[in-house]
Write a protein that binds this ligand. Sequence first.
Ligand code: NAD
Length: 487
Amino acid sequence: MTFQAKISGYADPALHAEGLYIGGAWHAGGGIPVADPSTGGRLAEVADASVADAIRAVDAADAAAAGWRATPARTRSEILRRWFELMTAHAEELAVLISLENGKALPDARGEVAYAAEFFRWYAEEATRIPGEFRRTPSGSHTILVDHEPIGIAVLITPWNFPAAMATRKIGPALAAGCTVVLKPASETPLTAYAMARLGAEAGVPAGVVNVLTTTKPGPVTNAMLSDPRVRKLSFTGSTGIGRTLLAEASKTVVSCSMELGGNAPFIVFDDADLEAALDGAMIAKMRNAGEACTAANRFYVQEGIHDAFVAGLTGRMAALRIGPGAAPQTQCGPMITRKAVEKIDRLVSDAVAAGARATTGGKPLSGDGFFYPPTVLVDVPVDAAIAREEIFGPVAPVYRFRTDDEAIRLANDTEYGLAAYVYSRDLKRALQAGKRLEAGMLGINRGLMSDPAAPFGGVKQSGLGREGGVTGILEFMEPKYYAVDY
Ligand code: NAD
């Protein structure tokens, strides 16, 4: 079945695009098959950008740069606001598109569209509030004026797990700051990015301000853009491994980098936690996107007094989830993105079981079409198993028992990552004290979800550099300029 036939009745074909979007024009082409993770079949084929295409996109971003920079903040703001409204008007079509190409369940996809659109609304508001400084030096010698200027052309690279939100979280602040961009979405989920580019054009984004290209050669294409002196910013979301490679590459031309990388979030449940609230939070922190989230709870540390009740409750809830194709209305847990992802999860679970862990539900990949792994709970997992060190990126909850607060904190911090951490306790003082000792950029205190466009999103240690969202997100796309003034 063709993609057009497949989406008819679900999504708006007017949002469908398969070519590169450069300088406000669509450039047809093929070469990148887009798979449907729910069936393993082919959904569409999109264009495969070359290094020359990437430089053409930088040319287009450069040609649009001066005009966009000079566009009044109010105008930039209103365009972003219209883009938010168009995403909201097309929310259901976008959600179905995300479910089809990513596989996530429709409720998750709807949540993502709302979250993604909100970045445009938030940065429409922030565009008009860019801060500056005016102060005297301590010696009284002169006046310090600080202006914030757009940093320049930004290359934005995004992963497949939130195809809409990872793009808007970068495009929103970049455009609000006055930068023009080249977006390279993940090849697994390009259709959402192209659909959003269509909506952006309809919202009034001028030609060349946002360019989108997909490629099977992300290394050479990105390196060519980073070595072009007109590119002054790289904003990357993806794995820590690729992030390290890109930091090394960007160092050659000293390009400013914002990095949103991998996570290994601990989810700590103290004895005095509200059990039902902790279970509700655990399901959100683990199962949003079927576990394919950088903030996903990767390690559940549960105190011995509440451990068995927590495991029983979690097992019941995980076993009750309905597995199915992402876009099917009844589905609560969709497929993984690729067969390789299922194989990785299987390796981590098998390794833990071989080391003494036991699955109370799930534990083996599902056979048949599509890339399915069932919701799984593991108990008696050794704390040094590979599953405690690596991102699972799937619907598997390993539960570890602990005795003292100190032990929980020590185990939680024993990782190179530091993105998100969760703490459940009825004693807010105890939870906040734990939060202070946890090495993470974001803490969920009696909450399984922390993402919000108005809050600074990002990690410490090898989970990243810089923050997206919030009031500081726009400054990632600006350079302070200092004027020493006598008058
Ligand atoms: P990935 O690192 O494999 O790919 C991310 C992007 O980088 C894709 O667009 C990919 O095509 C591109 N890429 C790959 N090699 C490249 C290269 N040599 N040069 C330039 N670009 C290259 O990650 P993924 O599998 O798409 O996404 C999952 C990872 O992303 C997980 O580690 C997850 O934790 C992380 N993630 C982090 C956040 C966050 O905000 N911290 C959010 C979502 C996902």
